[in-house]
Design a protein around this ligand. Structure first.
Ligand SMILES: *[C@@H]1O[C@H](CO)[C@@H](O)[C@H](O)[C@H]1NC(C)=O
Ligand SMILES: *[C@@H]1O[C@H](CO)[C@@H](O)[C@H](O)[C@H]1NC(C)=O
Ligand SMILES: *[C@@H]1O[C@H](CO)[C@@H](O)[C@H](O)[C@H]1NC(C)=O
Length: 631
């Protein structure tokens, strides 16, 4: 705000002329003698008269320059207005008033100055502790500069003052400044730096036109001690998170910027926040992270290396491989990812054949269910688990077997002492038969053992067996015939599956040669009684059957008792009588000739020695079916 100072000075420098006039006619000018105005303001000079009805006024400058103002006259008053005040107004002005009675004149000196604005304080740069800085105190649009004095204070202490006494070439507004170089210290912060501009317009009056600007000093320090703290660790697992906090000291407090250094060293801005949280880290997020503290006077950075490691996860399959299941069983394979939160799990067969099962996945687990296993399920199954971008695969082998029935023991026929018999031991519906072993035991003795190592063609249920011929003896009776079938799993250590059938041996003995006792004799007189008694050993005890041999060779059964009794023989009872000892193992046969004689015929009966040999013939025929048919 311009301050108008109106000073009334002594008359020494003022020139004025007084004309002779009537008593009453007087002239006055205000302000009196001298005035000072700031360039740009407005100023009025007023010339007034008394003692004249209608005076006329005229204004001029002493050196007849233009007035640079407007005149307005009204009655006994004339006002010269300068708006705005400029260099053209720095004159001595004369006001002349003319009346009938005469002419009066008054003069006034108009001085001008310019100090319109507060001075400015400029620094050559930010104030940094220990770094010399140039402070400039600057006053703009000053006139007259040869009256200007600039002062610069820090606190109460005058740093520098300067006057600008040089010659002025022309009238103009000028900008002047003083400069001081100083080195800030931290204690300067808060101190006041004052730039004061004084314009000594009049040397006589001691009070100058004065303006000042005050600045509070703010001293800065460049960022330093930039530090990073990492939580939980610079070593991370894939998918993990890390929080890094960076601090940096400086004045003003540094702003923090986080960057990642790329392979070619270029910094890539991540955040403008002191705390940087990185989540779901991937392996390629490994690298150097740079924290930079920045304030207006500098920057400081520090770096940290993060290492993201593969997350260790494993795949578990249960049950353990190899899994063996019987045809028709239900089997559940479970695949679980351990150490992975949200894996993706898939199943396949090694041969890329259809799964033939139901897959159900939930969380970190997946099951493959076969409700009823068949040959189609005999595969190696692979469970693939993908965690983040890594895939692990684990194999489980499913083996199918069928071994649902006990072996069957079959004999080629009855067990007869001393007669070879063939035993078949068969295992029905077995798979895989190349893992089958059949053992045939009699009591503790292994009769035969067989491994079925031949190649398998197509997968199918087959019946396998062994055949063995042996000769039973009576000692074998009561012993156990055991057929033991073992289905090996193919694994060395695991026990084979076993099934067995047993049969108690019961050995028959074919009837021995029959013995016939004839009482009293085979040659009898007609009418005599005779007993034919027959016996035969065997097991079970043979049954005795007496028959008479007819002329055509056929046998006519007579009795099933051991003794065939004739109470009173007749001539026609003569003939061949056959005794048969019979059990399930065979028949033995013996015959006897019974000769009934009339009293006169007695000698002839003994005259036939050839016939004698025929009488003693016997037959033992086994098996029983092969013996000649009886009539
Ligand atoms: C920095 O992050 C914190 C926490 O996320 C937040 O509260 C704060 O506003 C952030 N500051 C800036 C400057 O972004
Ligand atoms: C024993 O098995 C064989 C085939 O293995 C068969 O030819 C034979 O007839 C069988 N014998 C009996 C008594 O079942
Ligand atoms: C025949 O046997 C019966 C009964 O044993 C006996 O009584 C009878 O005397 C016997 N006859 C002869 C001739 O031996």
């Amino acid at each position: 705000m311009p301050v108008k100072m109106v000073a009334i000075f002594g008359a020494s420098t003022v020139l004025w002329i007084l004309f002779a006039a009537s008593q009453a006619f007087k002239i006055e000018i205000s302000p009196e003698h001298r005035t000072i105005a700031q360039i740009g303001d407005s100023m009025s000079l007023t010339c007034s008269t008394t003692g004249c009805e209608s005076p006329s006024f005229s204004w001029r400058t002493q050196i007849d320059s233009p007035l640079s103002g407007k005149v307005r006259t009204e009655g006994a008053k004339s006002v010269l207005t300068m708006d705005p005040v400029g260099f053209g107004n720095e004159h001595s002005y004369l006001c002349t008033a003319t009346c009938d009675s005469g002419k009066l004149e008054r003069g006034i000196q108009v001085d001008i100055y310019s100090l319109p604005k507060d001075p400015e304080i400029e620094f050559s740069g930010p104030l940094e502790v220990g770094k010399p800085v140039v402070v400039k105190c600057l006053a703009r649009d000053v006139y007259p500069v040869d009256r200007l004095e600039l002062e610069l204070f820090k606190g109460d202490r005058l740093m520098k003052n300067q006057e600008f006494l040089e010659e002025m070439a022309k009238k103009s507004l000028e900008t002047k400044s003083l400069e001081v170089t100083f080195t800030p210290v931290i204690e300067d912060t808060g101190k006041r730096l004052a730039c004061r501009a004084k314009l000594h317009i009049d040397q006589i009056d001691s009070k100058p036109e004065e303006k000042q600007t005050v600045k509070e000093l703010q001293v800065y320090t460049s960022p330093t001690n930039t530090e990073i703290s990492v939580h939980p660790s610079t070593r991370l697992h894939e998918g993990g998170a890390v929080t890094m906090t960076c601090s940096s000291e400086g004045l003003p407090a540094p702003e923090i910027f986080w960057h990642k250094k790329s392979d070619n060293g270029v910094l890539q801005l991540l955040s403008g926040n002191a705390t940087l949280t990185l989540i779901a880290m991937r392996m390629e997020d490994s690298g150097i992270y740079v924290c930079e503290g920045v304030n207006l006077i500098g920057k400081d950075s520090t770096e940290v290396e993060l290492i993201v490691e593969e997350k260790p996860f494993t795949v578990d399959i249960s049950p353990r491989s190899p899994v063996t299941a019987q045809v028709g069983d239900s089997v559940v394979l479970t695949c679980a990812a351990v150490g992975c939160d949200s894996p993706s799990i898939s199943w396949r067969t090694e041969t890329e054949s259809p799964l033939n099962g139901d897959v159900r996945s939930e969380g970190a687990k997946s099951t493959l269910t076969f409700n009823s296993v068949s040959f189609e399920n005999e595969h190696s199954y692979l469970c693939a688990v993908t965690c983040l971008r890594r895939t692990l695969e684990k194999k489980v082998q499913v083996g199918i077997y069928s071994f649902s029935e006990d072996p069957k023991i079959e004999m080629s026929g009855l067990l007869v002492h001393g007669r070879p018999v063939t035993v078949n031991c068969t295992v029905p519906n077995v798979y895989p038969f190349d893992h089958l072993e059949i053992e045939l035991l009699k009591g503790e003795t292994i009769l035969m053992n067989k491994h079925f190592l031949e190649e398998m063609g197509t997968k199918s249920l087959e019946t396998k067996g062994l055949e063995m011929t042996f000769i039973p003896t009576t000692e074998d009776t009561g012993k156990m015939l055991v057929c033991l079938a073992k289905l090996h799993s193919g694994e060395m250590e695991s026990e084979p599956k076993q099934r067995q059938s047993t049969q108690t041996l019961y050995v028959n003995v074919a009837p021995s040669e029959a013995t016939i006792w004839v009482s009293p004799s085979s040659v009898l007189e007609e009418g005599s009684p005779v007993n034919l008694t027959c016996s035969s050993d065997g097991f079970p005890a043979p049954q005795i059957l007496w028959s008479r041999q007819l002329d055509n060779g056929e046998l006519q059964p007579l009795s099933e008792t051991t003794t065939l009794t004739f109470m009173s023989t007749k001539l026609e009872d003569s003939g061949v009588y056959v005794c048969e000892g019979i059990n399930q193992a065979g028949i033995s046969r013996k015959s006897v000739d019974l000769i009934i004689e009339g009293l006169s015929e007695r000698h002839t009966a003994y005259s036939l020695p050839i016939e004698e040999s025929k009488r003693d013939n016997w037959v033992s025929c086994t098996p029983r079916e092969m013996c000649p048919k009886r009539g």
